[in-house]
Design a binder for this molecule. Structure first.
Ligand SMILES: Nc1ncnc2c1ncn2[C@@H]1O[C@H](COP(=O)(O)OP(=O)(O)O)[C@@H](O)[C@H]1O
Ligand SMILES: [Mg+2]
Length: 264
């Protein structure tokens, strides 16, 4: 087998990032490189800032209240907080999949065509092509190809989540953030999403938050462990490295304790 190269292209880099919701500091001094075309898992107990870390990459937290970011968040070397950055474009480059599948109450087709239509694509053949490609990439095409007009809400939970993945893929993102995408799914649907993620990695950079240690070990190449060391203190990135190492010989006792289920 070809040996894994250690040096990989960095797609997203956080440099000394601290994050505040109002006066509350949620993250402190996080520095991490997310490798292109790899799956990076973020693990850690509830409240350690995993969702916050995802949100600050595509500036989704700005949808809420008053927040502040210190440090730098680089996408292909460019700071996403630079005033010249177009947030709409940023979010089309950095797509997001949520815990609960959130399809629009529209047809399967219209869900996937939604983003491309917003971008101004009107030609039927072009939209048809995008819808098919996206559904194939999300491993949903075979299930739905004969019922594209059916309401997305009639799909099973696992199919809805794959539809949401297809909807995200339709606008050709470069990075896909996934926040516990399988937490509302049964084991079979979870398996299908995991297989889908593994296929997607060759074209996309994937950052996934998961509470499922087996899942992190199965699907990711790199793992970051976040922790709030003392109640009320911000979350920190305690350890980061190749998944095999984090799960077999972590440097930190806390990582080992978390992975083996001793807390969290
Ligand atoms: N909109 C918000 N306003 C204030 N505090 C928040 C907000 N969202 C999250 N927090 C707090 O920030 C910390 C990190 O939350 P979060 O990123 O959701 O953690 P995780 O995803 O690891 O469970 C927690 O203490 C949480 O209560
Ligand atoms: Mg969360």
């Amino acid at each position: 087998m070809e040996q894994e190269r250690v040096e990989r292209e960095v797609k997203v880099r956080l440099e000394n990032v601290s994050f505040y919701y109002g006066d509350f500091q949620a993250l402190a001094d996080v520095s991490i490189d997310f490798a292109a075309n790899q799956v990076t898992a973020l693990i850690g107990p509830s409240g350690c800032g995993k969702s916050t870390l995802l949100a600050l990459i595509n500036r989704m937290h700005e949808v809420g209240g008053r927040t502040r970011v210190e440090g730098r968040v680089l996408l292909d070397g460019r700071d996403v907080y630079d005033p010249s950055v177009d947030v709409v474009e940023l979010r089309s480059r950095v797509g997001e999949i949520f815990q609960k599948p959130n399809p629009f109450p529209k047809s399967i087709y219209d869900n996937v065509a939604f983003g491309p239509r917003l971008k101004g694509i009107r030609k039927k053949e072009e939209l048809d092509g995008i819808v098919e490609r996206s559904l194939r990439q999300a491993a949903l095409w075979k299930d739905v190809k004969d019922q594209l007009k059916k309401s997305a809400l009639e799909l099973s939970g696992g199919q809805q989540q794959r539809l949401c993945i297809a909807r995200t893929l339709a606008v050709e993102p470069e990075v896909i953030l996934m926040d516990e995408p399988c937490s509302a799914l049964d084991p079979v649907a979870t398996q299908q999403i995991e297989d889908t993620i593994d296929h997607l990695r060759k074209d996309y950079t994937i950052i996934i938050v998961t509470h499922n240690m087996q899942q992190a070990a199965r699907i990711s190449q790199y793992t970051g462990f976040l922790l709030v060391e003392e109640t009320g203190k911000p979350g920190r990135l305690l350890e980061y490295g190749p998944t095999g190492k984090i799960f077999t010989m972590p440097d930190r006792r806390e990582t080992e304790n978390y992975i083996t289920g001793r807390f969290g």
